[in-house]
Design a protein around this ligand. Structure first.
Ligand code: HEC
Length: 144
């Protein structure tokens, strides 16, 4: 079996879990066999990294930097440094659900610094899923 199949199947499952709160409004993407998809990038439930980049460039870059390296202009004044989202060794340990929760409810909700704000008031769940997809693209880029 090619390793690429695992890369596709894993994120697809996580995306389904992340989609549960919104399940009432969304078609269950699960009905199609995930392994048969070449890229699985266009599923609504998975989040759209291109739209996510727009969100990131509006709300996140001040601390995390436009390229996600944690070197935005506000980072210098923070007691806790923002995560370098391009660091695959750290970021690949996080599930999509964990990232979603961190973004929606803030760093404190997952035992991290409250310097990472909660965005649930400013962003819809769909937008958060988009930004999660974009954050994923920042660190997975390296390994492909
Ligand atoms: C005010 C500065 C600031 C802004 C704005 C900000 N963050 Fe953060 N973020 C942080 C800090 C600081 C941390 C590190 C928290 C820690 O490690 O305890 C963090 C951590 C994170 C983490 C957790 C990484 C991990 O290792 O668990 C994610 C995911 C994240 N930010 C995503 C975002 C997204 C997406 C946005 C925009 C919607 C955003 N952040 C906006 C400061 C910020």
């Amino acid at each position: 079996m090619k390793p690429i199949a695992a890369w596709i199947a894993g994120p697809a499952l996580l995306a389904l879990v992340a989609a549960i709160p919104a399940a009432a409004e969304e078609k269950p993407a699960a009905e199609k066999p995930a392994a048969a998809k070449p890229a699985a990038k266009h599923k609504a439930s998975k989040g759209d990294a291109t739209k996510g980049k727009a969100v990131y460039d509006m709300y996140c870059w001040t601390c995390h930097g436009h390229e996600g390296k944690g070197d935005g202009p506000s980072a210098a004044g923070l007691p806790v440094k923002p995560r370098d989202h391009t660091d695959d060794s750290k970021m690949s340990k996080l599930s999509d659900d964990q990232i979603f929760k961190t973004v929606k409810e803030g760093g404190k909700s997952v035992g991290k610094s409250e310097q990472m704000p909660a965005w649930g008031g400013a962003l819809k769940d769909d937008q958060i899923r988009d930004v999660v997809a974009f954050v994923r693209s920042l660190h997975r880029k390296k390994s492909t």
